[in-house]
Ligand binder design. Sequence first.
Ligand SMILES: Cc1cc2nc3c(=O)[nH]c(=O)nc-3n(C[C@H](O)[C@H](O)[C@H](O)COP(=O)(O)O)c2cc1C
Length: 256
Amino acid sequence: MDAMECISTRRSIRRFLNVPVDFETIMTIVEAGSLAPSSGNMQDWKFIVVDNKELMAKICEHSLGQECVYNAAFLIVICSDPEQTELHYGLRGARLYTVQNCAAAAQNMLLAAHAIGLGGTWVGAFDEEKMREILDIPRSARPQAILAFGYADEVPDHKRVKDLRVITYFNAYGTTVRNMHHVLKDYSLDWEQRINQAHTALDRLKEKTKEKTKQVVEKATSKSKSDGKGKPAQKKPSFFTKLKQEMDKRRIDKSK
Ligand SMILES: Cc1cc2nc3c(=O)[nH]c(=O)nc-3n(C[C@H](O)[C@H](O)[C@H](O)COP(=O)(O)O)c2cc1C
């Protein structure tokens, strides 16, 4: 699977099979996290792998009871370790970069897990203080995210993704492009649109022809029925036929 396929097919998985994950696979995911970009390459993170069910039950309890936290094969709790980052980048480093660095690591892990056939979800709703207690996290560090991993036991629904034209601006905030594919010089969409329009027009024409044929047939049958109580309509006698009939009648009358 290439990078774009991995990114576009990854989904949050919250139901897991009761199947353990081997140590090597777990460490592959941890390694993926460690390879994420970080401000000044600080790598100001610590990853706590949790596979102890008692601990997982406690973590679950303090993560709004989200079942995926307990049912996962293992968790990775990502903690920021901001001391060095703050020294280098001040408040911005401590408050922003450390959070972003951990987020980059988290996404790397989720993608790596997906690429090697595991499911995972990011859990942000948890009680930080309780996490500190449960996992002995010192004051110098901060739990940023819990990632729950395991073999997937669900196929998520289709995900609605915002249109690129709505979320992308060019050169200034608020400047949108109506036809993004023109910018990318991809005209296949235009052709697809035209082909679809032609199909729709053809379908409409077919419907109209069908309707018209039906009307003509209905008109013809109702006319033939009204002329002779169900019998086919009699042809009207021509003027000459009528004249001949009249003359024949008179001839018969005279001969009487
Ligand atoms: C910062 C953050 C916090 C999240 N917290 C939770 C959470 O507590 N519980 C949960 O089930 N999913 C959580 N998610 C996962 C999102 O719900 C999920 O990524 C989103 O619905 C998009 O779906 P997808 O991951 O399948 O693309 C969190 C995601 C992020 C980035």
